[in-house]
Design a protein around this ligand. Structure first.
Ligand code: ADP
Ligand code: MG
Ligand code: ZN
Length: 606
């Protein structure tokens, strides 16, 4: 591969340059370091010392004499110029003390070799190690393992997750249990001749526990578990993705029976399209994955799990039988699921005995497992903030709102006039909701502003989980959304920008009624829009002519106008209660559904 070549080049370059540097070090710096300490002196000093007989060593050169004088307490090397003195050598020779020498250094070859050659090399090796470590940290730990997949091998102790950590998701668990069981005793399946799927695809919205489920499988299966994320295949080097896939499957085959988990598979598994500007790297990786999945035989016991929240964008080749032929949905939890998830996470914190998890679960319709986990954590944080040692019901209720609408903005300054408008707006929603039969009961109304930008809101909580929405309920919801604006119009004879979110939501429902639910008067059961990504926000794309689109717009407008008129009528009929409730809300800032209903019923009884 390109990168392996590059890497070898790097190493060779490094070795050459460190040897060069060592040579330079030896030539230039070593002599300086080992140079003896020499004092300049004059010739007569030399002669004096010679007569004294205290010179022990001498080195005679063409125009310089170096000599060593040793007295009892010190040694010193001197240097002086050479005079024209032909008898000098004889005189020196006569003095039996003097030794002629070439070099004053008591040279130690071993030490020199050590200092001159080994030390620099050791130094460079240490330096190289530090550089590599720094590099690999920046590159995600694989600078030294080019061409290797870095799928981590999970074993039981490492993820620490089991199926007990996954609440709800019973269907998904059941399917996965079967796979784990197959890996434990394949004979049972082989006996009857059954083939287990080679691959299973976990699909569902973000935060529903797909990754968690895979980790739980790792914990349950007493087999090696390879886990890698789709994005890890697509790295900065071209060609690495395919190499990694190959390597991953090679490792897996060696360790079989085992499980391979590819998270966020849509990063590499996107549909290949015909245009030339396609991403070659990704396609190569995908092709390699397809080949590998065909290549190994299922009886060996390599099971491939993958997770994605964009199944519709996956290449059909990946989904055909023999590859990811089994789909395991991880849907948003229902009421029971939410309660179970809350309880699983509440085990990790200290709570009062009497917490009503069902109430919290009812207030969080549509929340994912991740959001519910977050709610529990927020509650614990709130308890700490309030200097309490355990979490109580109000912590949980408040944290539901924090997760839905953000933190309270306690010091936001809102003028009295605006506060009044907001109070009427919220009571408008609540009254319209309460006065319609097909509408969920009001749970709480507040005009405390939130960090999400909401200036107040009305929370409605259904008695029990709803899976279907009738036309009446849809219309009632639209009317409720228009209730806020209607109250502003009725009481203040004006309208504010505060209704923008209501408008958006009402339009969304009305549009879906016309284009997808077949609930309009103009069109029959015609699909005018298709949902393009079911699990990520549910974007839709229009599938009709421009004229039809214009009719759709007119119809949507019509539905909303009628609902708006209906809401207005409800408020007009109950204008006394509107005033009384708004004044009450303005004073209290937050009121419960019971308080709201009490005032509403008291009035109507009179
Ligand atoms: P994704 O589906 O996006 O991969 P994750 O598996 O990463 O979601 O879930 C994120 C977190 O949400 C988990 O770590 C866990 O704390 C929580 N969670 C999600 N679903 C569940 C569940 N069914 N039971 C318990 N916790 C869950
Ligand atoms: Mg995930
Ligand atoms: Zn509103």
């Amino acid at each position: 591969m390109n990168n392996e070549k590059n890497f070898t080049k790097h190493i060779i370059g490094f070795i050459i340059s460190s040897i060069l540097l060592t040579v330079i070090f030896n030539m230039l710096i070593m002599p300086q370091l080992t140079k003896p300490n020499i004092k300049e002196t004059n010739y007569s000093f030399f002669l004096d010392k010679l007569e004294e007989g205290s010179i022990t060593m001498v080195k005679v050169e063409n125009n310089e004499i170096q000599f060593k004088v040793e007295s009892e307490d010190k040694k010193q090397i001197y240097s002086t110029g050479r005079m024209n003195d032909p008898e000098l050598v004889n005189r020196l020779h006569k003095d039996k003390n003097v030794v002629f020498t070439e070099n004053f250094q008591e040279s130690n070859i071993f030490m020199e070799f050590l200092v001159g050659w080994i030390l620099p090399l050791v130094f460079f090796i240490i330096l190289w190690n530090i550089v590599i470590k720094g590099m690999s940290k920046r590159m995600g730990g694989n600078a030294m393992s080019f061409g290797k997949s870095n799928a981590k091998i999970y074993v039981k102790a490492q993820t620490g997750k089991t199926f007990a950590d996954v609440a709800g998701q019973d269907e998904a668990k059941e399917a996965l249990v079967e796979i784990v069981d197959f890996l434990h005793n394949p004979e049972k399946y082989a006996e009857i001749g059954a083939n287990l799927p080679k691959g299973a695809l976990l699909v569902g919205p973000p935060g529903t526990g797909k990754t968690l489920l895979a980790q739980a499988v790792a914990g349950e299966a007493e087999v090696p578990f390879f886990s890698i994320s789709g994005s890890e295949f697509v790295e900065m080097f071209v060609g690495m993705g395919a190499a990694k896939v190959r390597d991953l499957f090679k490792q897996a085959a060696e360790k079989a029976p085992c499980i391979v988990f590819i998270d966020e598979i849509d990063t590499i598994g996107k549909k290949r399209d015909g245009n030339f500007s396609g991403n070659d790297e990704r396609e190569q990786t995908l092709n390699q994955l397809l080949t590998e999945m065909d290549g190994f035989d299922g009886t060996k016991g390599v099971v491939i799990l993958a997770a994605t929240n964009r199944p519709e964008s996956l290449d059909p080749a990946l989904l055909r039988p023999g590859r990811f032929d089994r789909r395991i949905p991880a849907e948003l939890p229902d009421l029971n699921g939410r309660e179970a998830i809350l309880k699983v996470h509440a085990k990790k914190i200290k709570t009062e005995e009497s917490i009503d998890y069902n109430a919290i679960a009812r207030a969080t319709a549509g929340a994912s497992g991740a959001e519910l986990a977050n709610i529990i954590n927020e509650a614990a944080l709130r308890a700490v903030r309030n200097n309490r040692k355990i979490v109580n019901q109000s912590d949980l209720e408040e944290s539901v709102e924090v997760v839905i609408a953000g933190y309270q903005r306690k010091n936001a300054v809102i003028s009295q006039k605006e506060k009044e408008i907001i109070a009427y707006h919220e009571i408008g929603h609540a009254l319209v909701a309460a006065m319609q039969k097909s509408s969920a009961p009001v749970h709480k109304i507040t005009i405390v502003p939130r960090t999400s930008g909401a200036l107040g809101y009305t929370m409605q909580v259904d008695e029990d989980e709803k899976f279907l929405m009738t036309k009446e309920e849809a219309l009632a919801r639209i009317a409720t959304f228009t209730g806020g604006r209607s109250a502003e119009e009725l009481v203040f004879n004006t309208c504010t920008s505060g209704a923008s979110n209501d408008i958006e939501q009402a339009t969304k429902i009305a549009r879906a009624m016309v284009t997808r639910f077949g609930m309009s008067n103009t069109f029959d059961m015609v699909a005018l829009e298709t949902v393009t990504n079911q699990y990520l926000g549910g974007d839709t794309s229009l599938a009709c002519s421009a004229e039809t689109a214009a009719k759709v717009d007119a119809e949507v407008n019509d539905i909303i106008r009628k609902s708006h008129q209906k809401a207005m009528q409800i408020l007009k009929d109950n204008v006394e209660k509107l005033h009384e409730l708004s004044a009450f809300l303005l004073e209290r800032e937050t009121i419960t559904g019971e308080e709201f209903m009490a005032i509403l019923n008291k009035e109507s009884n009179n």
